[in-house]
Write a protein that binds this ligand. Sequence first.
Ligand SMILES: [Cu+2]
Length: 262
Amino acid sequence: MNNWFMSYMPLQASQHAAEIDHMTILVHWLMLIMFVGWGAFFLFVLFRFRRGANPRADYAGAKGKLAKGTEVAVAIIEVILLIGYAIPAWATRVKALPSENEAVIVRVVGEQFAWNMQYPGPDKTFGKTDIRLVSADNPLGLDRSDPAAKDDITTINQLTLPVNRPVLVHLASKDVIHSFGLYEMRIKQDAVPGLEIPLWFIPTVTTEEMRRKVGKPDFEYEIACSQLCGLGHYRMRGFVNVKTEAEYQTWLADEAKNLTAR
Ligand SMILES: [Cu+2]
């Protein structure tokens, strides 16, 4: 049954994906049992308290122990899900961020209707951005005169990452609320104007490997904006290219070359 459930989920491609799926499946089991249980109870009540059998209303109401017991049991199961799964998951996903030294750091800024990526470069410091410098070919308003900005790599709708290393994303938005959704990574986080929200994950399957797995040579990990953010929302999609460490280093070097060539 769990396998059947999993066949409807996107494939797992991050280290914490299995943990999130496990929790999702448990919650769905509980909801399925409650749906069937309360549905059966509803039908029973329709029959038991039908007018034919109860010509006069009883203002005292029914006093059953079973209903109360079930309610308490459901509450206990929900507390177990909360304390046993949801709170520990929150503690690692949201509170325990990887250190800036070991992680790949990237700033992702949503706008109507694209995703802008900024890599800090070898100096590991994001260059200054200025709203007055924002233009069609500088969507982030990156100030290239800032020394920290000289080595910054920027891309649009294309996030390139190495496999098996923690990725720390600083998520922001230029205009309205967007949502950064990476389904195979089990990542979804709103991008809120005025806030920079950190999120992290460890990709475990390269794009090439995933293409072989699903048997589709053109498969891509997609970044789907998961918040209705305007008329062009449907075309606000980006892609994540997960490479091996060596391929990632080559990509970084190529991008750095392009910067100096400019
Ligand atoms: Cu959006």
